[in-house]
Design a protein around this ligand. Sequence first.
Ligand SMILES: Cc1ncc(C[n+]2csc(CCOP(=O)(O)OP(=O)(O)O)c2C)c(N)n1
Length: 343
Amino acid sequence: MSTVRRASPLMSQAEARELGLDREDLVRLYRDMLATRLVEERGNLLFKAGKLPGSYYTGRGNEAASVGVAAAMGADDIASPLHRNLGVHLVRGVPPAAIFCQFMGRDGGATRGRDSNLRSNDFGPGKGLLAGVSHLPAMIPVITGMALAFQLRGEDRVAIGWCGDGAAARGDMHESMNLAGVRRLPIVYIIDNNQYAYSTPNRLSFACEHLADRGPAYGFEGIVVDGTDVVTVFREAQRAIEKAREGGGPTIIELITLRMEGHAVHDDAGYVPRELLAEFGSKDPLERFRSWLAEIEDCSDDELAALEDEVRAWIEAGVLEAESSPPPDPAGVREGVYAQPLG
Ligand SMILES: Cc1ncc(C[n+]2csc(CCOP(=O)(O)OP(=O)(O)O)c2C)c(N)n1
């Protein structure tokens, strides 16, 4: 029997204003989700044209789960996003040019050609993004350790760690949440429940009703949120982050989405039932929010079309910049791979 709260949807303009979201902030949320989707679509075309080495992962359907949470972070907070969370990078100020450089394995990319996807989040200082190693969920103990460091140093900062539904079953996730609960660490765990861990469906992954039920099991709050609804995601993330900042301890937020494409480009996701795809297709995060903006903020089609043109131009400029970035110099192959000895 589940003990967690199910977040109710955010309905009105007045409620948005209470959260500190004015019209410009709301349009910005839409812009960041749109940019997320369009960067990923452009990356797919580049992959098909043979311009991206390795494999290629997208988070179609998960845009609100990335953007809504990242937009609620404070400037000095730190996040460990995953392969479905491109939107977190965009919200934290990583431009498309840097992302395409990374995707294309160019010298200007975050790993300077050593890896070609979003496994590395190290896009420079000031972004508050922890460099990723693996999704399963290698970064969760690290981000939990960062929350412990913030607490020990008396810093006013919060750590936000993303984890997939499949990865949530691993021991390192359980151990981290246990420590976070015992020490009441300033951390928010985001479980991006897109219902499939590669081809494994939820029903073969866990037997509790919600993954958020694990919060109360470890002594802290769990919330289940419709992860296709960006303003509700924002509200719950903001609440949990500020609670953590004020010493109220951890929260686990389970965002219900559906991975709308295969695990990566090689996978056609034929194992996902069509009815489920149709259900989530009808509540596409971008389309939903577009209708919301039209209804609540009177955003016209022309205004949103102009915004889309601007975002597309920004992305194309990013592709051109990445294409002109040189490949890494083979002579420097060992650079940045091993830590330099201290002293
Ligand atoms: C340690 C480790 N084992 C296996 C993999 C391969 N792998 C990457 S993502 C993934 C599935 C993850 O599922 P989930 O946590 O639900 O996240 P999703 O991909 O569905 O967003 C697997 C098996 C990996 N990257 N690292």
